[in-house]
Design a protein around this ligand. Structure first.
Ligand code: SF4
Length: 424
């Protein structure tokens, strides 16, 4: 396979496997600062991968964020297989160089909803605090690629102080999501300072850390960091962590160790995956990921439909895929392992959840709701309570549909009428 010209000399000397061995043995693996110092950038990729033509074009012509990966995350990727899911999240491909007309830099209108630099106030009681622009790995699908990895988006101390002032002056804000960038790429002292400031604002009750470091740099979850987080996880402030595992290959023993440390610090951990074309957009892959996450003691939270960001055509999947995945998972893993499939509406409309149509509607004459079983595909009845004033609230089932259902149904409620009597 042909290599990039500017890297030909290096690539000819060592195979990707040998280059990786040299890299991994050149520092203390568990030292997170050394992992960040040895981060692999775009110009290094030909050393560590046999690149395809599409990847070479992607690296040269990407219109998205910079390339960067920790050696740890690199070690989860395959140097030879371009279909490796981890590799696809690290290495740009040709599709990233197209800016389609429906795509925008800021599809969620976060900037329009930003009263001060680095703060988005979309929902009345919650704000998003953009703490920093850096991450351990720059994920190719990142929805905040317009800011992340861009040093001009750096948040200075004075910027953060203005954010705290805004939160202080808005007593309706009880929940602060700290994201970026990755807040756990800040120094321990800066994290301590941010949490201390939030803890002092009496109406802020909840703080959510949005971090991918348990996935991309688990050694960052140090005992010292956990002590800091625990010291602010008090009666006054409850700290949660939302992370983003997208594939079971990411569920390593190092990741599990990091999660256990957070849990011991009293931090509940949830997962917000993104459904990504060719990476995890099939039922079995998502099921295996979420089973693994439960083993890591992580509860499922969201499965995001990818945003309409520039260069996203390589990642976006039809909406139906997400719905099919949720339908498939129901009954095969505990409910706490099934995420909500959400679309964060373009234009700043907020999140809506989407799911399979298990509720068919209300049959007025018999006063029964009709459901389709997610596990068996059979139809089941549940009566509306006697005296209910909500009968007009439900979508109505026609007599025609009702009689078709009678042919193939089973009632979980014995003696409830025709479906119960004709149950199979
Ligand atoms: S870690 Fe999060 S913020 Fe950073 S590049 Fe990945 S998705 Fe974007």
């Amino acid at each position: 396979m042909e290599r990039l010209g500017k890297n030909r000399g290096i690539a000819d000397l060592e195979s990707p496997a040998d280059s990786r061995k040299s890299l991994y043995s050149s520092f203390v693996w568990t030292d997170y600062k050394a992992q960040l110092q040895r981060r692999v950038k775009a110009e290094d990729l030909p050393k560590y991968f046999h690149l395809t033509e599409s990847e070479k074009i992607g690296i040269q012509e990407t219109i998205r964020l910079n390339v960067g990966t920790t050696p740890y995350y690199l070690s989860l990727s395959d140097p030879e297989d371009p279909n490796c899911p981890i590799r696809k999240m690290i290495v740009p491909r040709r599709e990233e160089s197209f800016f389609s007309p429906e795509e925008t830099l800021d599809p969620l209108h976060e900037e329009d909803l930003s009263p001060v630099k680095g703060l988005t106030h979309m929902y009345p009681d919650r704000v998003l605090l953009f703490s920093n622009h850096e991450c351990s790995v720059y994920c190719r699908h990142c929805m905040r690629g317009r800011k992340v990895s861009d040093s001009t988006e750096r948040m200075e101390t004075a910027d953060l102080e203005l954010c705290f002032d805004y939160i202080r002056n808005h007593p309706e804000i009880s929940d602060v999501v700290i994201s970026g960038g990755d807040p756990l790429n800040l120094s321990d002292s800066k994290i301590d300072w941010i949490l201390e400031n939030l803890e002092k604002i009496s109406h802020v009750k909840i703080c959510r850390l949005g971090t991918r470091n348990p996935v991309t740099l688990p050694m960052r979850i140090t005992t010292d960091l956990c002590k800091i987080v625990e010291s602010h996880n008090t009666d006054r402030l409850s700290i949660f962590c939302n992370t983003q595992f997208n594939h079971e290959k990411e569920c390593t023993s190092e990741a599990k160790e990091a999660i256990l440390k957070l849990l011991k610090a009293g931090v509940s951990v949830g997962n917000q995956c993104v459904i990504l074309k060719g990476i995890n957009d099939d039922e079995e892959t998502m099921l295996r990921l979420h089973r693994k996450l439960l083993e890591l003691r992580i509860r499922a939270y969201y499965m995001y439909d990818p945003e309409l960001i520039p260069g996203s055509r390589g990642f976006r999947t039809p909406l139906a895929k997400g719905i099919q995945i949720i339908e498939y998972m129901r009954g095969k893993v505990a409910g706490m392992g099934i995420p909500q499939f959400v679309n964060d509406l373009p234009g700043g409309g907020g999140k809506v959840s989407l799911g399979p149509n298990w509720y068919l509607g209300f049959h007025k004459p018999s006063r029964n709701h009709v459901f389709r079983s997610a596990v068996r595909g059979t139809y089941h009845l549940s009566p509306e309570p006697v005296g209910s004033e909500y009968e007009e609230f439900y979508p109505e089932i026609s007599e025609e549909t009702w009689s078709k259902l009678l042919q193939n149904s089973y009632s979980a409620f014995k003696g409830l009428g025709p479906l119960g009597e004709s149950g199979k």
